[in-house]
Design a protein around this ligand. Structure first.
Ligand SMILES: [Zn+2]
Ligand SMILES: [Zn+2]
Ligand SMILES: [Zn+2]
Length: 259
């Protein structure tokens, strides 16, 4: 059995191209340099888990022809990861049921405060999003997918990455506590933050991302959440073996049960 990861978006909060920018990456014709806000879809059998709902969600759902979701997992409550929440209404309408969402306690609280109308009792016509927020603190199975939250530090803010069987998605981070490194053993695929060339207080840059990927030692590592600093081809050419930049629309497969 195989797990499938689709990259819905691989961009930073500004996206690439960036509004008003004329740099070579923003003007590039390479579709791999057009990055919507960071998100992935993880699927196995009939289970589909969406990670985050950024502002580009509707276009991502259309591009990938996504018609059903089992649940939504939130990494954290920053705008580039949540502000497309309204487009989840499409799944209430298609599935005629409330959609389950998971995240840490702080993210649940922020979502319920900022988007209160999404968490009210469901509208019988599904005219507004109808979501149910659940805290998640440890492993939880969705069909063949075992989801384990992996606490990481996004600057001082504790947020979640997630492990799905032997695939880990760690966006928006500056450091990983030792207790979480223990959750990242024997990975087939690591998907890791890689913001830009220069250092940043709440994200890792290219140098830090390569070093962290080497420490974790997954069989394959893909970088995401990149700014217009990083052109696809130039970055791909200088990365060490078994590391690649991801791009919007990239699809990966991992055998379930291999460790
Ligand atoms: Zn972000
Ligand atoms: Zn630019
Ligand atoms: Zn963030």
């Amino acid at each position: 059995m195989s797990l499938r990861v689709r990259f819905l978006g691989t961009g930073s909060s500004a996206g690439t191209p960036q509004v008003g920018c004329d740099c070579a990456v923003c003007r590039s014709d390479d579709p791999r340099n057009r990055r919507s806000r960071a998100s992935i879809l993880v699927e196995a059998t009939d289970v589909a888990l969406l990670v985050d709902t950024g502002p580009d969600l509707r276009q991502q759902l259309l591009r990938e022809n996504i018609r059903a979701l089992t649940a939504v997992l939130y990494t954290h409550f920053h705008a580039d990861h949540i502000n497309g929440i309204d487009d989840l209404r499409a799944f209430n309408f298609l599935q005629k049921q409330v959609l389950d969402c998971y995240g840490d306690a702080r993210t649940g609280k922020e979502l319920e405060e900022r988007f209160r109308y999404c968490f009210l009792p469901p509208d019988p016509a599904w005219a507004k999003p109808s979501l149910r927020m659940h805290p998640i603190e440890g492993p939880r199975d969705f069909g063949p997918l075992r989801v384990t939250p992996v606490p990481v530090l996004h600057g001082y803010l504790p947020i979640y990455g997630y492990r799905f069987n032997d695939v880990a998605y760690l966006t928006d981070l500056k450091s990983i506590p030792d207790s979480s490194m223990a959750l990242l053993q024997n990975l087939d695929i690591l998907i890791l933050d890689c913001l830009r060339e220069d250092e940043h207080p709440t994200h890792i840059n290219v140098t830090e991302a390569i070093a962290l990927a080497q420490t974790i030692g997954a069989r394959r590592t893909y970088f995401t959440h990149m700014t217009h600093d990083l052109g696809f081809t130039a970055l791909a050419e200088r990365l060490p073996a078994r590391m690649w930049p991801a791009y919007d629309g990239l699809e990966l497969h991992s055998d379930i049960g291999v460790s």
